[in-house]
Design a protein around this ligand. Structure first.
Ligand code: 2AM
Ligand code: CA
Ligand code: CA
Ligand code: CA
Length: 262
């Protein structure tokens, strides 16, 4: 692979944050947890991981800008480049002792995602991709699955928690999709959902109302693995709309017809 030095910087930061998270995960019952809003938890582990990532990335690339879930936004001297970081995607799983959560780091250049890393530290699975260089998990190249029949396909989504206005729409999506496919999974980490579709573990993923840091890294990994991604409403920008649909190339059209009710 001829990946740029940026990927190594991102992987190193993700590993370092991952080590801190694994330590906190082992003693998760001792963590201090607070609530940002209904169903939206943040712990000391999220904040410590973001601090580690920010220190690593800022030292290696001091001119780049920054946006992180817990740490807010910072303009860099280089206005064309910025990191988009979710230090812990899947906090609810993490706090319940469920080993399904990840660190997500993306690099944006001139408004386009050019590199992404999604690191599942509990399983030591490092998903990464760089524009034009393909997608990888640890040492292996990954590709989307080739399943092309809905009835053999599995899809994943995130179901909004307590009181969110987009819950009815997701329930309607499920009512249309579930009779038409082999199963729907709901794991609780959008970053890993996108990475899993990239790795061919399931055929597609959609979710309403995500933030840029939930998706940015996973999107380039899925695209580079041969997947198709789009905003739920065609023509909108994925990261700003927060509504995403992605799948292997063979199933995308059939799947998106069901989800978009077209
Ligand atoms: P998080 O764990 O970083 O918060 C799962 O459906 C996805 O929704 C995850 O990417 C999760 O990210 C995100 N999520 C969980 N609670 C949320 C909230 N209150 N607002 C927005 N996104 C949330
Ligand atoms: Ca959160
Ligand atoms: Ca997240
Ligand atoms: Ca998070």
């Amino acid at each position: 692979m001829t990946l740029s030095a940026n990927i190594n910087v991102m992987k190193k930061a993700a590993r370092k944050a991952g080590r801190s998270l694994v330590k906190d995960f082992r003693e998760v019952e001792n963590l201090q947890v607070s609530m940002k809003g209904a169903g939206d938890f943040v712990s000391r582990a999220d904040i410590a991981a973001e601090e580690i990532i920010k220190a690593e990335l800022m030292e290696a690339r001091p001119s780049y800008g920054w946006v992180g879930e817990e740490g807010g936004e910072e303009a860099g001297r280089d206005p064309t480049r910025r990191w988009i970081v979710d230090p812990l995607d899947g906090t609810t799983n993490f706090l319940h002792g469920l080993p399904h959560w990840a660190v997500s780091i993306a690099l944006e250049h001139k408004g386009q995602i050019v590199a992404g890393v999604v690191y599942d530290a509990a399983k030591d699975e490092m998903f990464f991709a760089e524009k034009g260089e393909g997608a990888w998990m640890n040492e292996s190249r990954i590709r989307v699955s080739s399943r092309s029949r809905m009835i053999e396909s599995i899809f994943a989504t995130g179901v909004p928690f307590g009181g969110r206005s987009d819950l009815p729409a997701t329930l309607q999506d499920l009512a249309r999709l579930m009779p038409a496919c082999a199963g729907v999974r709901r794991w609780g980490s959008a970053a890993l959902d996108l990475a899993y579709v990239a790795a061919g573990r399931y055929e597609g993923f959609w979710e309403r109302r995500l933030n840029a840091w939930d998706m940015a890294a996973g999107l380039i990994i899925l695209r580079e693995a041969g997947g198709l991604v789009d905003a739920l409403r065609p023509g909108e920008d994925i990261l700003t709309s927060g509504e995403v649909i992605g799948a292997n190339e063979a199933i995308f059209e059939q799947f998106s017809k069901v989800i978009r009710n077209a």
